[in-house]
Design a protein around this ligand. Structure first.
Ligand SMILES: [Zn+2]
Length: 361
């Protein structure tokens, strides 16, 4: 670090220390008034910066400065993050087309984020109406508003394996946090097939195998999700992400419904006098655990069915023929093998009639 730069930094930190001391001594009203003032100045400054960006973009000055695009100029020369650069460039270009945007930004009616979200759908016919619609609206409101302009045909459920980069244990990125430097990211993406651990020695990254889950959900689902999130905030006051939320919900469901999680209750009594079709839960759990939570059907070749889907409790000696609910007379079968066994026992015609009769009633 040169002497000149270090003096400048220490000069700045002295000024900041003075400001901190000054702020501690002023009264509440003045503190709030000053902040409102600064907020206004910040908005005005942002608009000015956007106008400068617009003009630099229009003159293509970034080319002369050695950058191949406005994006490179903003990220590498001005130090914006990738997303901040994209937003500012979109907004600056919109301001070039529709000058009234500057005044709306300055008044705080719209902001860079919401405006950049609608920038792709603004045209000469709709811009006045759209700007009015997003005025003083939250990011979520604007997201809902623009989704109407680009309806999706269908979003199919999708689960796919992905590799995610994370700083190696005990190492941190130059920012000290978990943000990943784009240059290392690209390097790692290329190498990640063959090497699980990449990057230079001070910014080492590990590749973690995870899954991307995608699905669309309705309004009711979102309401329930928000509710669960707020209830969980007591347990996780620092914030709850979707993975944590779903893990809680899954654990909750499994604790109640997974026989392998429930404590074994070996107090099994079969009431021989009073027969009932109802199989007590502790017996079901014992059968489930014994059969390993999968269909127990074994084919002629000795192959055991591996299905865990729609498992049912089958009476080996049928209930109608005097079979009881003891674990020895019960087994887990998938629905298809359960039906096969029933057809063997009673004939397929009778089973078909029973099923269609049940469907009619
Ligand atoms: Zn089966």
């Amino acid at each position: 670090m040169s002497v000149q730069v270090s003096e400048k930094i220490s000069g700045n930190s002295e000024k900041l220390a003075m400001l901190r001391a000054e702020l501690q001594s002023i009264n509440n009203r003045k503190l709030l008034e000053d902040l409102a003032c600064l907020n206004n100045r910040e908005r005005r400054l942002k608009v000015r910066i956007l106008l400068y960006l617009r003009e630099i973009d229009r003159r293509k000055l970034y080319l002369e400065e050695g950058y191949s695009s406005m994006f490179d100029f903003c990220t590498e020369h001005l130090g914006y993050s990738r997303s901040a650069a994209c937003r500012r460039i979109r907004v600056a270009r919109c301001m070039g087309r529709y000058p009234e945007i500057a005044a709306m930004l300055q008044a705080g009616e719209i902001n860079i984020t919401t405006l950049s979200m609608v920038s792709g759908i603004l045209n000469d016919d709709n811009y006045e109406e759209i700007l009015k619609k997003i005025s003083n609206r939250s990011k979520r409101d604007v997201e809902i508003f623009i989704s109407g302009f680009n309806p999706q045909r269908e979003i199919r459920d999708r689960v796919r394996p992905v590799c995610v980069l994370k700083p190696a244990a005990g190492k941190s990125t130059p920012t000290g946090g978990s943000r990943i430097n784009r240059k290392n990211y690209v390097k790692s993406e290329i190498k990640s097939d063959s090497t699980p651990d990449v990057g230079s020695k001070d910014t080492r990254l590990e590749v973690e195998r995870r899954f991307e889950i995608r699905f669309s959900a309705g309004e009711d689902f979102m309401k329930k999700l928000e509710k669960v999130k707020s209830l969980l905030s007591r347990k996780y006051p620092r914030g709850v992400n979707l993975e944590l939320m779903f893990e809680e919900l899954l654990d909750n469901y499994l604790d109640q419904n997974d026989p392998e999680r429930r404590e074994a209750d070996n107090n099994i009594k079969i009431n021989k006098l009073k027969r009932t079709r109802h199989i007590p839960r502790n017996i079901k759990d014992k059968v489930y655990r014994r059969d390993g939570g999968r269909c127990s059907f074994v084919g002629k070749s000795g192959r055991r069915c591996s299905s865990r889907w729609n498992l049912q409790y089958d009476h080996i000696i049928p209930y109608a023929k005097g079979g009881d609910n003891s674990p020895d007379n019960l087994r887990l079968l998938c629905a298809r093998h359960n039906r096969l066994m029933a057809e063997r026992e009673y004939g397929s015609d009778k089973i078909k009639r029973t099923i269609s009769g049940a469907a009619d009633t």
